[in-house]
Design a protein around this ligand. Structure first.
Ligand code: NAD
Length: 482
């Protein structure tokens, strides 16, 4: 199987590449140049209806495969992803803008999701509940049916795999709606699934913007929804799902605190925080957005952060620089506006801040010091390579600042004193906390948010809870029948 960029992508419905019901194609651009890469179909509500219909039709055949068979198919998908890793990474890097090495790592993550959930497919056990001699009581875990999945543009392939793999392992079929600026890798993944033996209709992809997103989240043929994206869109998804009481998993934004205690290894902490905020040009929900630094080491630590920031070389993702461009023009404007806001609010620009000349959407690593916790750049998700460094006097103040935002996705603490580090970790309001590192999770570990960062968990075995519902079966063993 050789994967090449096509000129014009169609929808993927019922195992086939099919045109949308309108000729209005959309275009995805190269973020490094602003030039078009490819056209793709703009799905309408009618197309979503078709895709959901195909997914519904496929449920009973997919569900009735044995768990071992489903697991084997998922394992084969992982093998095929790895066999096509170079092509997939090129496509992802071109479409999203991320450095090739990071795209390669995303492709490996995608393979790992399928491999991991392949292994889980035949271990989705229920339990028996002791209720005395006259009753046998057991639970069975059943798939929902059709899973609708809405994907953002920062990790298009790996987030698609993160949702599709557990959904399929559990016996659901899926309709995926990728983001309109990064539709390509999900379409290639769907074609790869088909060529690997996934039955028609089990994996469907509808491309486009808000219309197919709204159609999918409000469709009464969808039994479960997985959404990854911003808080406002997550709220819209939840409202739409309320109409049909469809369960939702929401993976939303973050404004994650990295607390640097005075006894931390400062070189290590600066490395991890720079990696945490500048990887993927800061377009990561779990990024290290805010460095909370003890006042006794504040100036020294800022110097270390600036040293890292200025060492990043920027360029087109496919040239594999340290940092690529932001994904699209509108988002680039948002990030540039936030930098302007930081200056207006009185923060000190230590480095960066000035977008690169040219048609690409490049913003260099940017560090603000003298940031007050209530400033907008300390409260709102920027989703770019912009770090806010905030001083604190003691642990109580650090935690007040850390938890004084609406988000609660990740957080981190740097300290050589493990008792102190664990104490702080327990008190950060977040679904995941890193100690003396950043991005410490993996395919095997649960991931998700507290507060406005979301509902439910992806990754790990816990993700399967989003794709399975429990049925309790009570059996009367009384020989008299009552
Ligand atoms: P977004 O909310 O703008 O869009 C996400 C997806 O929703 C896109 O596919 C979009 O087309 C679709 N959409 C838009 N309006 C819709 C509607 N009314 N109904 C249904 N779907 C609709 O988010 P984005 O800008 O693509 O992604 C960035 C955001 O995603 C950030 O906030 C980031 O933190 C978050 N994110 C979270 C995680 C996580 O796992 N917690 C991971 C990655 C990104």
């Amino acid at each position: 199987m050789i994967m090449n960029l096509n000129d014009h992508y169609q929808l993927h419905i019922d195992g086939e590449s099919v045109p949308a019901s309108t000729d209005n194609a959309l275009v995805t651009n190269d973020p490094a140049t602003g030039e078009p890469i490819a056209k793709f179909a703009q799905a309408t509500t009618a197309d979503v209806d078709r895709a959901v219909g195909a997914a519904r039709e496929a449920v009973s055949a997919w569900r009735s495969k044995t768990p071992v068979e489903r697991g084997q198919i998922l394992q084969d998908i992982a093998t095929q992803i790895r066999a096509n890793a170079d092509d997939l990474a090129q496509i992802e890097s071109r479409d999203q803008g991320k450095p090739l090495t990071q795209a390669q790592s995303d492709v490996e993550d995608a393979a790992r999701y399928f491999e991991y959930y392949a292994g889980a497919a035949d271990k989705l056990e229920g339990k028996s509940i002791p209720r005395g001699d006259e009753t046998l009581d057991m639970t069975v875990r059943e798939p929902y049916g059709v899973s609708g999945q809405i994907i953002p543009w920062n990790f298009p392939l790996s987030i698609t795999a993160r949702g599709v793999a557990p959904a399929l392992a559990a016996g659901n079929t899926v309709v995926v709606k990728p983001a309109p600026t990064t539709p390509l890798s999900a379409l290639h993944l769907a074609a790869l699934c088909r060529d690997t033996g996934v039955p028609d209709g089990v994996v469907n992809v509808v491309t486009g913007g808000t219309e197919p997103g709204v159609a999918l989240t409000s469709h009464d043929g969808v039994d479960q929804l997985t959404f990854t994206g911003s808080v406002p869109t997550g709220q819209a998804v939840m409202k739409a799902a309320a109409e049909t009481i469809t369960p939702v998993t929401l993976e939303l934004g973050g404004k994650n605190p990295a607390i640097v205690m005075p006894d931390a290894d400062l070189d290590e902490a600066a490395f991890w925080i720079a990696t945490g905020i500048f990887t993927n040009a800061g377009q990561i929900c779990s990024a290290a957005d805010r460095a909370l630094v003890h006042e006794s080491i504040y100036d020294e630590f800022i110097e270390l952060l600036v040293d890292h920031a200025v060492s990043y070389d920027l360029g087109p993702g496919t040239d594999d620089p340290d940092m690529g461009p932001l994904n699209h023009a509108e988002h680039f404007e948002t990030v540039v506006d936030y930098i302007e806001t930081g200056l207006e609010e009185g923060a000190t620009l230590e480095t960066g801040g000035e977008p690169l000349d040219g048609d690409g959407h490049f913003v260099p690593p940017t560090v603000f010091s003298d940031v007050e916790p209530e400033m907008r750049i300390a409260q709102e998700e920027i989703f770019g390579p912009v770090l806010a460094v905030i001083p604190f006097a003691d642990r109580t103040e650090a935690l007040e600042i850390a938890n004084g935002v609406e988000f609660g996705l990740t957080g981190g603490v740097f300290s050589r004193d493990i008792t102190q580090a664990l104490g702080v970790a327990r008190e950060i309001d977040a679904g995941g906390v890193y100690v003396n590192e950043w991005f410490g999770g993996s395919v095997e570990t649960p991931f998700g948010g507290m507060k406005q960062s979301g509902i439910g968990r992806e990754k790990g075995l816990e993700a399967l809870d989003s794709y399975l519902q429990t049925k309790n079966i009570a059996i009367n063993l009384d020989e008299d029948g009552h």
